[in-house]
Design a protein around this ligand. Structure first.
Ligand code: PGA
Length: 246
């Protein structure tokens, strides 16, 4: 394993979520006024539950931090139960003492998504580098909604979703007509500016893409392979996802 990549292989999803939460919580304690990057998806739900517990039982303090999420569907209203804003409130922000005026996600209801993407990128730069960015990985290696083929130097922008991502996310949309086919996503360049990356990966289905991302060629065809160039990536996974790592 390259020295910039620190693997933390846990036995199952619960211990993986606990380990990820410990690492993230320590960064909040070390940087109580820092800016932090969050992700949605099934994988970080357990980590967020642990953070909520740490807030309730150990007074983990979110009051001084600023938060940015990787992405948001477009078009979507904030109050829709499918929005990533709603997801973050439901799983984390609604249960901790974060300052809601310092919670940022792209606005999925903005009139002009391209302008919204630019405004979001500007806001990120104004807030300074993220202390740590949580990332999941898609079955096709996407990070955020940066799909295969996307430039490594892309900034936040408005993107169409690929077939594989639409299929993976369809389970959340009982009525397919409700599913947005676009998103506003932080670009790979914006993600790579974080001081640390916390990559969370669970399950056998992700084993091959995790191996290809960490050990395969560094190529836009596997967006997560860019992480090999990041100075500090902590990979927290269960043993199924890590089963093909050498
Ligand atoms: P998942 O999504 O956690 O729901 O598997 C990860 C991703 O697509 O980034």
């Amino acid at each position: 394993m390259q020295p910039n990549i620190r693997p933390e292989i846990e036995t199952n999803y619960n211990t993986m979520s606990k380990k990820g939460a410990q690492i993230f919580a320590q960064k909040i304690k070390d940087h109580p006024k820092g800016t932090f990057g969050f992700a949605t998806g099934s994988t970080p739900i357990g980590l967020y539950k642990e953070l909520v517990d740490m807030h309730k039982k150990e007074n983990l303090d979110f009051s001084g931090i600023t938060t940015f999420n990787l992405d948001e569907y477009y078009p979507i209203k904030r109050e829709s139960e499918h929005s990533y804003y709603y997801f973050m409130q439901k799983h984390l922000f609604g249960h901790v003492n974060v300052d809601q005026s310092q919670v940022f996600l792209p606005d999925g209801a903005a009139q002009n998504p391209e302008e919204e993407a630019q405004a979001y990128e500007t806001k990120i730069h104004q807030s300074g580098n993220f202390i740590i960015q949580i990332l999941g990985i898609g079955l096709n290696g996407h990070i955020g909604f940066n799909e295969p083929g996307e430039s490594f130097v892309a900034e936040t922008r408005y993107v169409p979703l690929t077939e594989i991502t639409l299929n993976a996310n369809a389970k959340h949309f009982p009525n397919p007509a409700d599913m947005p086919h676009h998103a506003i996503t932080m670009g790979i360049r914006s993600i790579m500016m974080a001081q640390h990356i916390l990559l969370l990966v669970s399950g056998e289905a992700k084993a091959a893409i995790l191996r290809d991302s960490l050990f395969g060629p560094i190529t836009p065809l596997v967006p997560a392979s860019v992480l090999q160039l990041h100075p500090s990536v902590i990979v927290v996974s269960d043993k199924e996802a890590a089963s093909l790592l050498v």
